[in-house]
Ligand binder design. Structure first.
Ligand code: HEC
Length: 271
């Protein structure tokens, strides 16, 4: 991947001054660093202090209207990553959360929306930085950062709202296609569903989130779960385990069937 990115990056270095004339760019950031943003380090250096107050109606994590001190995400991304000179349609953004949640989105999806990096929760009670988030009985940690949108509905599954966020990475959009995308088109529906709904928490062949268990390597879940149970679990995990950590994602029966079909195919594609 380094090889792939080197060429466009060299070109983009030459044109930095013009591209970043509006937003002064941090110096002493190397090319490699410039595709990864360590938000915690930026905050420690006082580089995320320039916030504005925003209101998010129907925040899908808190399930109510929320108020934050925030920075437009593009301001952060353009200032601290060398993405502008690259073609955004060839890149994806990967959000890395402390708890292993790792959602990703094509960078293009973020181009025309009002997306912000929330750095402080204005509604937090005295003595706390953030209001508590409860998923069932479990308390989740919102700090240190949370990505929110003022013009996107929380029901749009294409848009991710990562909290407990620590880093942002930029990678080639099709980086993992070779390892995860089936060549046989019978499995593509399941692949797309898995990529959009499951990969945020689960890895296949070590690629993906770490909040839930790896599902393919060294043994595929399809090799030690009964097929019917697997389909049922995916639709309704809470019917299998008490205080289950996997959320009910509203997966339909036909979708669960396609996902299991893909997982079964991947059982023969281990690496
Ligand atoms: C928000 C994170 C999250 C998402 C999204 C998610 N899972 Fe999970 N999943 C988990 C966690 C955490 C566990 C462990 C559950 C537990 O034991 O409490 C789990 C467990 C599982 C298991 C059982 C594995 C085992 O052997 O114990 C399967 C199968 C599974 N998930 C499949 C899926 C599929 C398919 C999707 C997409 C439709 C999905 N998950 C989406 C977090 C997630």
């Amino acid at each position: 991947m380094k090889k792939l990115l080197l060429l466009p990056l060299c070109v983009c270095c030459l044109s930095f001054t013009s591209h970043f004339s509006k937003i002064p760019r941090q110096e002493n950031i190397s090319i490699q660093d410039s595709l990864d943003i360590d938000l915690v380090a930026l905050k420690a250096k006082g580089m995320l202090n320039n916030t504005i107050a925003i209101t998010i109606p129907n925040d899908p994590v808190y399930h109510k209207t929320k108020h934050y001190q925030a920075i437009p995400l593009w301001e952060v991304m353009k200032k601290y990553a060398a993405i502008e000179a690259l073609s955004t349609s060839d890149l994806k953004v990967v959000f890395e959360c402390e708890d292993g949640y790792k959602p990703e989105m094509p960078l293009d999806l973020l181009t025309n929306v009002k997306v912000y990096l929330a750095v402080k929760d204005i509604d937090a009670p005295k003595g706390r930085d953030w209001e508590q988030i409860f998923k069932g009985t479990q308390e989740m940690k919102a700090a240190p950062f949370y990505v929110v949108y003022s013009d996107i509905s929380g029901e749009d599954v294409n848009y991710k709202w990562p909290y407990n966020l620590v880093k942002i990475h930029f990678r080639p959009l099709h980086e993992n296609d070779g390892a995860l995308k089936p060549k046989d088109k019978n499995y593509l529906v399941g692949y797309e569903l898995f990529k959009n709904r499951c990969q945020t928490c689960h890895a296949i062949n070590k690629i993906g989130g770490k909040m839930g268990p790896e599902l393919n390597y060294p043994k595929s879940v399809t090799q030690y779960w009964k097929t019917e149970d697997l389909k049922a679990f995916i639709q309704k995990p809470e019917s299998y385990r008490n205080e289950v950590k996997m959320p009910n994602l509203g997966i339909k029966k036909v979708e669960a069937e396609e996902i299991v079909k893909y997982l079964t195919y991947m059982a023969n594609q281990k690496r």
